[in-house]
Design a binder for this molecule. Structure first.
Ligand SMILES: Nc1ncnc2c1ncn2[C@@H]1O[C@H](COP(=O)(O)OP(=O)(O)O)[C@@H](O)[C@H]1O
Ligand SMILES: [Mg+2]
Length: 232
């Protein structure tokens, strides 16, 4: 389970407070494809950042499995992020001057894995994403869809159990976007948790096991795909 318990998150506490979450309780199953659907400003990215340990809540607890990540110190939290979380952003945050493989291995460099092992693992994930022909290409020479697949490869290389994707198709045309979502689906069918943040209802309902709708910092609807609307 991934569980947020009485979580509050407030930005700009001193000057002009923005309350994104006020006592949010939210629980999702692991090893599923989950979509978080909502309009711009509803709190989707903040929710993902809280789950990924990038933001700290002002109040409450966040459990990933049996781990209460709000209780981890800085080093343990960094280790948790490196080992348990693969993050895919809307804007491809890649080193444009480096090759595909040198971008993809970064999480394993941080982990201190030796070169031979890193490259072996990189080739596996690049094969999975049909990028094996582009392995030594500089990232700046790739198309948008290819760059996003490099980001996915980098999120996968560490064997993280949880893949967080924040509007990963936002910069892609329709076809390339669908390709990326199909890879995310394949990853979830491989037994990983995929949490997709999107404002696209069709994408959410097409690929997910569960769709959660968020509005103004509140979960307003939960739909299990294939079932009646549970409205809890
Ligand atoms: N670092 C930040 N500092 C101040 N306000 C922020 C910050 N991050 C997000 N917000 C505010 O929190 C609210 C939710 O933002 P966000 O989670 O990014 O929404 P979404 O991803 O659904 O568009 C918005 O009002 C946004 O302006
Ligand atoms: Mg966002």
């Amino acid at each position: 389970m991934i569980k947020l318990e009485n979580v509050s998150k407030i930005f700009n506490k001193k000057s002009n407070p923005i309350v994104v979450f006020d006592n949010l309780n939210f629980e999702i199953e692991m090893n599923k494809f989950i979509s978080i659907l909502g309009r711009s400003g509803s709190g989707k990215s903040t929710l993902l950042n809280l789950i990924g340990g990038i933001e700290n809540p002002d109040k409450g607890n966040i459990y990933i499995g049996n781990n209460n990540i709000t209780k981890l110190n800085r080093d343990s939290l960094a280790k948790f992020r490196n080992e348990e979380i693969g993050y895919i952003f809307q804007k491809f945050i890649l080193e444009p001057s480096l090759s595909v493989i040198d971008n993809v291995v970064i999480p394993l460099v941080i982990r201190g894995v030796d070169k031979k092992e890193r490259e072996k693992k990189a080739k596996e994930v690049l094969m999975f994403l049909n990028l094996e022909d582009r392995i030594n290409e500089k990232v700046c020479n790739l198309s948008g869809g290819e760059q996003q697949r490099v980001c996915i490869a980098r999120a996968l290389i560490g064997d993280a159990n949880i893949i967080l994707a924040d509007e990963p198709t936002g910069n892609l045309d329709y076809e390339r976007g669908q390709e990326v979502l199909k890879y995310l689906k394949k990853i979830s069918l491989d037994g990983k948790s995929v949490i997709l943040v999107t404002h696209n209802k069709d994408d959410a309902y097409k690929y997910s096991d569960y769709v959660y709708e968020i509005n103004d910092g509140k979960i307003i609807n939960r739909t299990k795909i294939g079932d009646e609307n549970e409205n809890s």
